[in-house]
Design a protein around this ligand. Structure first.
Ligand code: BGC
Length: 253
C-alpha cells in the first residue's frame, strides 16, 4: 500500500523545519514547526532538534531528512554551511538511533535534491522533460540536476568558481542581505552565475527556489540569459515535501 502521509525535516544553516506531508498533493498538513539551528550545529545537537520535531508531531512512520551537504548512502561528505563535524558522519545511523527507528525508515538526502524531487513530483509537469536544473538561493546555493525527471544526485553547482570566487559567496540570497544589495544589484550577480552555469551544462530550464523566490517578480524579470527561468512552485517547503516523499519511497542516493 502506498503511504498517503509522510514526514519531512529540512535542516538548514539557520533553521530546522519539519511537518507532516500529504504525499498525494505534495502539501504540508497543518503547520510546520521551525526551530533555530543550534550553534554550533554539530551532529549531536542537530539530532536533538530533529528528535524534538518528530516528537512534537507524534509521528512514528518513516522520516525523510535533508542536509545542506553532499549525502551519499546516508553519510555526509561536505559541510559548507553547517558544522565541519558533519563530514564523514553517518547521518542515517545517527538519526535512526536517536529516533528509535530502523535505518531503512530514515532517508537522508541533500536539501536541494529534495526540493528538486518535490518539484518534479508536484510542480509544473513541463519540468519533467529535458535537462532541468533547480537552484535554491538561501544561505548558500543548492542545486539539483534532472534529465527527463530523473535526478543526478549531489551536484554542487553552488560552488562553481565564477570570476575567481565560490559562486555562493557572491550570489546566495544571504549575501544580498549581508551586503545590503538591492534586487537589481543582486540580480546582476545571479545573472553572471547563471550565464557561467548555462554555458557548462546547457539546461532546457532553470527553476529558481529558496525563500527569495517568493519575491521572484523583483529579480527574475531582470535576468538576461539564454535558458528559460521558472519559479519553484513549492517554494520554501519543497525540501520538507521532497524529504517526506523520499522516505516514503525508500529513496537514498
Ligand atoms: C552546500 C549544498 C547545499 C546548498 C544549499 C551549499 O553550500 O554545499 O550541499 O545544497 O548549500 O543549502
Amino acid at each position: 500500500m502506498t503511504a498517503t502521509r509522510g514526514f519531512g525535516i529540512d535542516i538548514g544553516g539557520s533553521g530546522i523545519k519539519g511537518a507532516l506531508v500529504d504525499l498525494e498533493k505534495g502539501q504540508l498538513i497543518g503547520d510546520r514547526l521551525r526551530i533555530d539551528t543550534p550553534r554550533p550545529s554539530t551532529p549531536e545537537a542537530v539530532a536533538d532538534v530533529v528528535a524534538e520535531i518528530v516528537q512534537h508531531f507524534d509521528w512514528d512512520g518513516p522520516v525523510g531528512v535533508t542536509l545542506p551537504a553532499v549525502v551519499k548512502k546516508g553519510v555526509a561528505h561536505t559541510a559548507a554551511n553547517i558544522d565541519p563535524a558533519w563530514i564523514g558522519t553517518d547521518a542515517d545511523a545517527l538519526f535512526a538511533k536517536r529516533l528509535g527507528r530502523d535505518v531503512d525508515d530514515v532517508a537522508m538526502l541533500n536539501d536541494a535534491d529534495a526540493a528538486g524531487m518535490a518539484e518534479m513530483r508536484f510542480g509544473d509537469p513541463a519540468a519533467r522533460h529535458g535537462v532541468v536544473t533547480l537552484l535554491t538561493f538561501g544561505t548558500g546555493i543548492g542545486s539539483a540536476l534532472f534529465h527527463d525527471g530523473k535526478l543526478v544526485p549531489n551536484t554542487e553547482f553552488g560552488h562553481l568558481e565564477v570570476d575567481g570566487h565560490d559562486a555562493e559567496k557572491k550570489a546566495a540570497a544571504s549575501v544580498k542581505d549581508n551586503e545590503g544589495l538591492s534586487y537589481p544589484e543582486w540580480a546582476k550577480r545571479v545573472n553572471r552565475y547563471l550565464t557561467v552555469l548555462e554555458n557548462l551544462i546547457w539546461p532546457d530550464l532553470f527553476i529558481v527556489g529558496g525563500g527569495v523566490s517568493k519575491k521572484s517578480e523583483k529579480w527574475v524579470p531582470l535576468l538576461d540569459i539564454r535558458t528559460r527561468v521558472g519559479v519553484a512552485s513549492l517554494q520554501n517547503n519543497a525540501g520538507i515535501v521532497g524529504a517526506a516523499a523520499a522516505a516514503a519511497e525508500g529513496i537514498e542516493h
